[in-house]
Ligand binder design. Structure first.
Ligand code: PEP
Ligand code: MG
Length: 581
């Protein structure tokens, strides 16, 4: 029997919301097969199907082994011995018998669950050699499932097409972007961190999600009913009827509170002493357009164009980009849309798929890619310029590290304007040009860069990672990722003191605890996920700028991040206590 007792697992909440559904489990590279119950009389047929698939896989592996032996010799071919051993492994087979009798589900679903558990156990062993054999096991699993697929007597896909929660060891930003929004209602992973692009995408898609759940893939069983509490980071397996009721009520309460805030969206985002802060939104996907105005956002402060550009491996040409950008500009008019030029690399897709780097965050990323591919970069710049003729647009550049890059980028932008003049195509001559401040050297050079651009936009996700040398996607150092670290705060201060309009477009801008600090340091704009806009606008309306400014001066003298957070949080709790319930 599948376990039915309620269990609670904890992780890091990365995207708020509550969702109750059955869970589907996915292992890197192989999708979990559909699950359906079988009758007692079908048991033998299921074993026969498995046996056939095992035999076929055995033949395939032996053929492969012979071919490799012929081409490269016996040593190389020996790697398939491990595959063959896994295929008939006695402990896997005996666990399979037990689980199959207990679950009474189709064989591929049970086989998948059992092998997946073994793989997770192997990932945890000390012996590096054994750990490295997980890949072999995964290969065997994939082959057996493929061979069983040809033997279906019932197509499980209809059962697979139910709304569900996805549980996986890890999800890359690209697979998150590809999730079927009609079916996937939320996700949980064992790896992951709060400022990874996977997390940013989850928030942008409005999918409740939790990452960093220890032992997740061992504990969770496909087909179980589960709850994601994306506020607290709680993942509840087999919730009791009382727990379900409690969460249904909580969800209704949260939705009511959110709607009440959204209704106030037309009130100005102005502090109690009259300082206006532009609250714009970050956009990752085309289908968010309609949410933007509904949220009360004053335009788009950061459009992460890479999710559109690198979507299917075929970079859209200038014309295709122009049409897409124009639609967004028109949808947001008269508010401004800031396009960030392509920021490939890092934890997102590399610009060229076969490029593998040991340290992708320090490698061929952001503006470095664009400057080394000027023709492709110029396609994007011309498309943005042309879109600017249809409303209000701006452009900014990621991963700028100093003066020379700014000058090179501006020269290319001017070339694009000249080309459009020659073609007789319109653009807005007043299009604002900015740079992202997310590399510490750029923050230190802010006074030198400021005369050359119209605005700065601080990417706190990268600025934090690069300043304190903490990988933003590495779970092992997640507790060291401190956006309120004095080093980071001083760089933000230094940037703002350069005296040009400065936005915060990283995740720190949506941290209700730190909003008073950012306002006090003098940020003129916060650009946040679309679902957070009403909260941030409300928070600003309840803050006093002078009070925040005085607090920020104290914060700049503080010694550690907790002291800084405490100073800012005190004002936050006093000013908008209801947002913390
Ligand atoms: C940032 O680094 O804070 C930022 C906004 O850019 P991204 O998260 O896309 O790297
Ligand atoms: Mg960044």
């Amino acid at each position: 029997m599948m376990e039915t007792l309620e269990r609670r697992l904890r992780g890091m909440p990365i995207s708020p919301g509550i969702v109750i559904a059955t869970v589907k489990v996915e292992v890197a590279g192989s999708t979990a097969p559909g699950i359906y119950s079988i009758r007692r009389c079908e048991k033998q047929a299921e074993w026969d199907r498995l046996e056939k698939a095992l035999c076929r896989t055995e033949v395939e592996l032996n053929e492969l082994k012979a071919r490799v032996e012929h081409m490269s010799g016996a040593d190389e071919a020996a790697i398939f011995d491990a595959h063959l051993l896994f295929l008939r492994d006695r402990s896997i087979m005996s666990k399979l018998h037990v689980e199959f009798d207990a679950r009474m589900q189709n064989m591929e679903a049970v086989y998948y669950a059992v092998v997946q558990n073994f793989m997770e156990l192997m990932r945890r062993v000390e012996d590096a050699y054994l750990r490295s054999r997980v890949a072999d096991m995964e290969d065997v699993l994939r082959r057996v499932l493929k061979n069983m697929a040809g033997e279906h007597h019932e197509c499980p896909s209809s059962r697979d097409k139910q709304p569900h929660i996805l549980a996986a060891y890890d999800l890359s930003p690209s697979s998150t972007a590809d999730l079927n929004r009609d079916l996937v209602r939320g996700f949980v992973t064992e790896a992951g961190s709060t400022v990874s692009h996977t997390a940013i995408l989850a928030r942008s898609l409005g999918l409740p999600a939790i990452v960093g759940i220890e032992q997740l893939t061992i504990e969770v069983k496909a087909g179980q009913e589960v709850i994601i509490d994306g506020y607290e980071g709680l993942f509840i397996l087999n919730p009791s009827p009382e727990t379900k009721e409690e969460y249904l009520n909580l969800r209704a309460e949260k939705e009511k509170a959110y709607k009440a805030l959204a209704l106030m969206r037309d009130l100005p985002a102005e502090t109690t002493d009259g300082r206006h802060i532009r609250v714009a939104t970050n956009v990752e996907f085309a289908h968010e357009y309609s949410n933007i105005t509904a949220s009360g956002a004053e335009g788009v402060g950061l459009y992460r164009t890479e999710f559109f550009l690198l979507n299917d491996g075929n970079m859209p040409n200038e014309e295709e980009q122009y049409v897409h950008y124009k639609d967004l500009v028109e949808a947001c008019a008269p508010e401004e849309v800031i396009f960030r030029s392509l920021d490939a690399g890092g934890d997102k897709l590399p610009f060229e798929r076969d490029v593998k780097e040991d340290n992708p965050f320090l490698g061929w990323r952001g503006i470095r890619v664009s400057l080394s591919r000027p023709e492709i970069f110029k396609d994007q710049l011309r498309a943005i310029l042309r879109a600017s003729a249809h409303g209000k647009a701006g452009v900014m550049f990621p991963m700028i590290s100093g003066y020379t890059e700014v000058i090179r980028v501006k020269k290319l932008l001017q070339d694009c304007r000249d080309e459009l003049n020659e073609r007789g195509q319109a653009y807005d001559p007043n299009l604002r040009v900015g740079v992202m401040i997310e590399v510490p050297s750029a923050a230190m050079m802010a006074d030198v860069l400021a005369p050359h651009v119209d605005f700065f936009s601080i990417g706190t996700n990268d600025l934090t990672q690069y300043t304190i040398a903490v990988d933003r996607v590495n779970r092992r150092v997640a507790d060291m990722f401190r956006p309120a670290h004095p080093g980071v705060i001083r760089l933000i201060d230094q940037t703002i003191r350069a005296g040009i309009p400065t936005a915060i477009c990283g995740e720190t801008g949506s941290d209700l605890n730190l909003v008073p600090l950012l306002i006090g340091l003098g940020a003129t704009e916060l650009s946040v996920g679309v679902h957070v806009v009403p909260l941030i606008r409300y928070a600003i309306r309840h803050l006093n700028y002078e009070e925040c400014r005085e607090m920020a001066q104290l914060a700049l003298k503080a010694q550690d991040s907790s002291a800084i957070k405490k100073l800012s949080r005190e004002i936050a709790i006093k000013s908008y206590p209801n947002l913390f319930h």
